[in-house]
Design a protein around this ligand. Structure first.
Ligand SMILES: Cc1cc2nc3c(=O)[nH]c(=O)nc-3n(C[C@H](O)[C@H](O)[C@H](O)COP(=O)(O)OP(=O)(O)OC[C@H]3O[C@@H](n4cnc5c(N)ncnc54)[C@H](O)[C@@H]3O)c2cc1C
Length: 382
């Protein structure tokens, strides 16, 4: 029997995109979100061409491009000398090579664009303040498929034997924003800059919405509190200071005495089953939360949502969700491997770091771009 109606748990990027992708296929949905209102979570987001291509198909991209920035390059830089090691061109190069733009924006901008599209679509019904515990909340009609888009702490996983589980990754993200004037020479508005150092790296990019810069520092660290987000404790502040102590003085200065840094222990999902062989399926972070070393978590949630809708529109539900899992697993596995490689390369020390810097500086931009073709040039089914 073809799928006519879906229940979606969670109205994050995965859940909202899924509702729109299903509606594009004529499938209606109830979206159940625990939060009473969709407040802005987190800070900036990089949207790579593989994700923007899907947003374009869903009619969401057009409204975003006037609100976001399209950087000209992604620069890899030494955290100690601020020397550029390599640069991947994006901007118009991305549009030409991968057929879709590379943009940076505030999360709330993407969330609002998705929400506006959901509200405008009569096939999508959002229920705020409705948490899934063990029974499906009451929607507008019975669901043929239940989509778990409820993030890394997914509750719906309990319905699937052998589902992934959350695991602390041993990495911590520190996030803050700065004004351009706060770091002359360190950041520029035309680039995403990834500064590399031993056991830590820092990513900076401009946000049009605030006029400032989104800063994310990621470092290895074993302090794993229960809270997902909050003000850093003294121990966490000390970890941050010690990891960046030998970095360029401009960065040391930038991190000194800040009281606006938020702290995110990074959890990932262990490998496991994403579907129950019947009518329950996980997407996005619920299925495969990953480290942000390739900046692809939201992009994968967007691809998942789009491809799941395509399978559900053309196959019986139990077949659709198992084909979805089989189809998506190799790509997610490969991305995790790329993330693990980036983590190794970004946080390298000593001779490995020297080797990395030499290899990077010898690679022409075209060759760096070619390494990304399989990620950014991906054409999803649907
Ligand atoms: C530091 C950092 C930087 C990142 N940078 C990038 C980047 O540049 N590019 C990129 O592509 N990705 C990036 N990511 C990854 C990206 O943020 C995530 O992969 C993405 O947001 C996951 O979306 P989601 O919808 O699957 O989950 P979530 O955003 O977690 O959404 C889950 C939703 O479900 C709701 N929910 C949870 N439980 C229930 C329940 N029981 N009942 C009802 N509702 C429920 C939650 O309230 C929430 O609204 C980054 C991540 C981090 C930590």
């Amino acid at each position: 029997m073809p799928v006519e109606h879906a229940a979606i748990i969670g109205a994050g990027i995965a859940g909202l995109t899924a509702a729109l992708a299903l509606a594009r296929r004529g499938i209606s949905s109830d979206i159940f979100e625990q939060a009473p209102e969709l407040a802005e979570v987190g800070a900036g987001l990089q949207i790579s061409p593989n994700a923007s291509r899907v947003l374009s198909e869903l009619g969401v991209l057009e409204g975003l491009t006037s609100l976001w920035l399209e950087p000209q390059s992604i620069r890899l830089m030494s955290g100690s000398s601020l020397r550029e090691l390599a640069a991947v061109p994006v901007g118009s190069f991305a549009r030409n090579r991968w057929g879709a733009p590379y943009g940076v924006l505030h999360r709330k901008t993407l969330q609002k664009a998705l929400l506006d599209a959901v509200f405008a679509n009569p096939l999508c019904t959002l229920h705020l303040g409705t948490r899934f515990e063990s029974d499906l909340p009451l929607g507008r009609r019975p669901a043929d498929v239940i989509v778990g888009a409820d993030g890394v702490w997914s509750r719906l996983r309990q319905a699937i034997a052998g589902a992934p589980a959350p695991r602390f990754s041993g990495n911590i993200a520190f996030r803050f924003t700065i004004a351009e004037a706060a770091a002359p020479g360190l950041v520029d508005r035309a680039s995403v800059s990834a500064l590399l150092g031993s056991s830590a790296h820092m990513v900076c990019y401009p946000l049009k919405e605030t006029g400032g810069f989104n800063m994310v520092a990621i470092t290895a660290g074993n302090i794993a509190p229960e809270a997902w987000q909050g003000q850093p404790t003294l121990a966490q502040q000390e970890l941050l200071q010690s990891r960046f102590r030998r970095w360029h003085p401009a960065i040391v200065e930038l991190l000194r005495d800040r009281n606006d840094i938020t702290f995110w222990p990074l959890f990932e999902a262990t490998p496991g089953r994403w579907q129950d062989g019947d009518k329950t399926v996980l997407i996005g972070d619920a299925a495969h939360a990953m480290m942000p070393f390739a900046a692809q978590g939201a992009a994968m949630a967007i691809e998942d949502a789009f491809e799941l809708a395509a399978f559900l529109a053309t196959r019986p539900v139990s077949e659709a969700i198992s084909v979805f899992e089989r189809h998506r697993t190799p790509r997610i596995t490969k991305l995790r491997q790329r993330g693990a490689f980036n983590r190794f390369a970004y946080h390298a020390r000593g001779p490995i770091r020297l080797g990395r810097d030499i290899v990077l500086s010898l690679k022409p931009p075209q060759s760096l771009a070619a390494d990304l073709d399989w990620i950014y040039g991906y054409r999803p089914i649907g």
